[in-house]
Each structure stands twice: as C-alpha cells, then as structure tokens.
Design a protein around this ligand. Sequence first.
Ligand code: SAH
Ligand code: SF4
Length: 465
Amino acid sequence: MKTVSNEEIQKQYAFMREAAELNSGKGLRFFVRTFGCQQNEADSERIAGMCREMGYSPTEDEKNADLIVVNTCAVREHAELRALSITGQFKHLKEKNPALIIAVCGCMVTQEHRANAIKNSYPYVDLLFGTGMLYRFPELLVGCLKEHRRRFMIDETEGNIAEGLPVLRESKIKAWVSVMYGCNNFCTYCVVPYVRGRERSRRREDILAEVRGLIADGCREITLLGQNVNSYGKDSGDCDFADLVSEICSLDGDFILRFMTSHPKDASRKLIDVMADSKKCAKQFHLPLQSGSARVLKAMNRRYTPESYLEVVGYMRERMPDIAISSDIIVGFPGETDEEFGETLDMLERVRFDMIYSFIYSPRKLTPAAEMDCQISPEVKSQRMERLLEVQNAISLEKNQAAVGAVQRVLIEGESRSDPTMLTGRNDANKLVHIPRSPLSESKIGEFAEVKITRAETFALFGEL
Ligand code: SAH
Ligand code: SF4
C-alpha cells in the first residue's frame, strides 16, 4: 500500500498552521482555475481545502486574489495551450500586486518539458508541483511566504495516496470520491500513465469512512472516481470494484451512486450484476469505446474488440433494459482510414449511446502514437468530427424524445446557468433536466423530485414537478 505516512500529513498540517499565522488578519483570498477531468476537479477541491486552512478565503474573481492556483490537464494539446495562455494573463495581475502568489500544478506540469518551459519563460510563476506532490503544497507555500523564493517540485510522479487532507467541496449535494489513482493501460495515444503514475487503490475503509461522512452531511450523489475505476483493488487485493460498489450501496441514506471512468476490458459481469441488483446505483454507465475498428483498437492497445464491447453492452441491457450508456470517441487516430472511421459510425448506430464525448486525436509527447506514420491531416480530422457529431446528435435527440411523457427521478441542483427562471437537475441517466422555477420547485433544491418530462432537446430534457 502506497499511503503517505500520517507523520508526513501532520507535518503538512503544521505548515498549514504556520501559513495561517503568517497570513492572519490580512483578509487574503484564493482563486483556483481547473482544467480537465473530474479527477482534477477533485484535486482542486483539496487544493481549496488547503488554501482555506492556510488563511485564504475563496474568490470567484482572480483580480481580487492573493493566491492563484492553475490546475492543468495534459490529455490534449488544446488544454495545455489554454492553461499556458491563462497563466500568461496572470502576469499583469502580478505586476499590479507583487505580493500575489501564482502556482501551477497538475498533469501538464508533471511533464518535464512543460515544467522547464514554465521555469524559464514564466518568471512570475512562484510555485509548481506535479500530481504526486499535491499534498506538499502547504510546505511549498510556506517556503514562498517566508523566503520569497520560487519553488518547483515535480519528481516522484508515481505518487502516493495522501489521506486526511482538508477538502472544500464545490457542492453540498454532489461529491467526488477518488477510489484509485493512476493507470497501467498505456493506450498508445494517452499521456495519463506518464503524468498520473501507476494504478494505486485507496484502502476500502478510508473510502467507506469518506462516503459515510458525506451521507451523514446530506450529500445526495456520490461519484466514485478513477482513471480506470473498475480496476480498483487489483493492486492491493483488498476487495474488487464490484464489492466496493455493493458495500457502498448497502449503506443507509437517500443517495445515488455513480462511478467513472470504466475500461471495457474490466467491465465485469459481476459489476453489472451488482448495479442491476442495487437501487442506489444509477443505471448509467460511461464506457469509452474510442473506435469501432478492430484494427484501430489494436493499434490503440485497448485490449478489446468491437464484438467484445457489444457483448458487454448486451449484458448491461439484458440486466438493465433502461440503462443509459455514454462513451468517449477519438477521431483521426494515426492511420485511421475512411472505412475504419465508418466502422466507428456503425458502432454508434449499433450501440445507440445516450451521449458521447468526442475528441480529435492530439499527438502527445512520449506516447507511441505520436511517433506513428500516417498522421491524419487537420482537415480530415475536422470533417470526421463533424460527421460523428451529426450521427450521434440525431441518436441523442431520438433517445431523449423517447423520454417525453415519462416520470423520472431528478436530483434538483439549483438555478440554471443560462436561464434564471429555470432550475436544473440530473436524472438517473445523468442527463440535464430543466424545470420551471417556483416556490415548490425551489423547496426541492438538494433533494430528489419526481419530474414529468414534457420536452426534449439533443443535450437536455425539460419537465415539471
Ligand atoms: N481513463 C479513461 C479516460 C482518460 S482521458 C479511459 O480510459 O477511458 C479521457 C478521454 O480523453 C479518453 O477516453 C480519450 O477519448 C481522450 N483522449 C485521451 N488521450 C487523447 C489524445 N491524445 N487525443 C485525443 N483524445 C484523447
Ligand atoms: Fe489513458 Fe487508456 Fe489509461 Fe484511459 S485507460 S487513462 S485512455 S492510458
């Protein structure tokens, strides 16, 4: 078990107290900008927890901040360029307020070439720490507060599991719970194993204690997180992912359980049976397909075939006929032919996903696919992306329209971001549902409500209580 010792965590708490003393009475504020996946969002909630412990209060406006943290993503170049550009914009804030501390962390800076670029070309960045060094943020910050020196810590990317760090959650209703970190799969396009290290699972009892605490605090939706959530326990042998889900679902309380992301090769019948048999487990599965071509899947090192993927989906639907299935698709993997792309479109028609997240292939340093011949031109990639969305959007709309007239259980979250006269929530399938705002609907914020679906769009449903 690779857990950071309690002694080390206590040391970090001592640094947090020291920072709080140094900052006391100054009314300081922090701002965190997060890029990338839910794992990063969960990390940012820990960063926010540590910031609060160190005497900073949150602000939504970076211009008012005394401490800015940029939590970066490395999965595609686009995410990296955006993080670099945002960091560049903070230079002006530092010119106005030389006491401002700027930290950059996360997957992008866990790559040596990016860390060096920041060291050399972004002199106003004070702190930099890799994904495995997150728990040492207090130590770095105190160093910076006391000595006004730049601090960089990107070694030990393998990372350890740090339990007991403070956390400031964005929502009281919904919570992320990481159950494992890292990835051993080395899909040939993906940088994650290089920036998040090898798979390591949290102890079952630590996860259960966190989940029990959340339920006691009135949390209604818990999402178990991992790069490869269904290989939980393979490194430690304590219990497997299906056992963990089953144990959490047997806890008392009014909550719904989700998990992501699952690898098709590890989506076991045992897990599907546990989902089917448990009322608390959302009937929703995110199962990234990536490509519908057997040859491309092999070149991606995905270790399943379109047929075995269809078998998994078939069993899910046999056990849970209404299950919502979503997926990730990459277009323009090196060497992907028109026919092979056509096989991906065929799979969309055969599986009929509720929704997909689609990505244009982006070459990543260190990964084998970046070195492969026959990289696809940007024009062809965009055309394929457009075609993919056209096919999928029609399917998503049809699937949503089929829900019109049904009464669904929806967790009401709060005011709609786009329309203040509406509230939004999520149904079991994790689809966005809009309902009109009224004293009755407002009284349901943070609770499950029965909603009759009256209208459907491609990306959302509309209904009334
Ligand atoms: N562990 C998860 C997801 C990891 S990254 C899984 O195995 O599915 C999230 C998604 O980003 C991936 O599913 C993939 O579709 C996409 N992705 C990863 N690397 C990419 C790359 N180099 N270019 C484009 N998309 C990529
Ligand atoms: Fe990346 Fe593949 Fe691991 Fe997912 S399973 S994180 S796509 S290497």
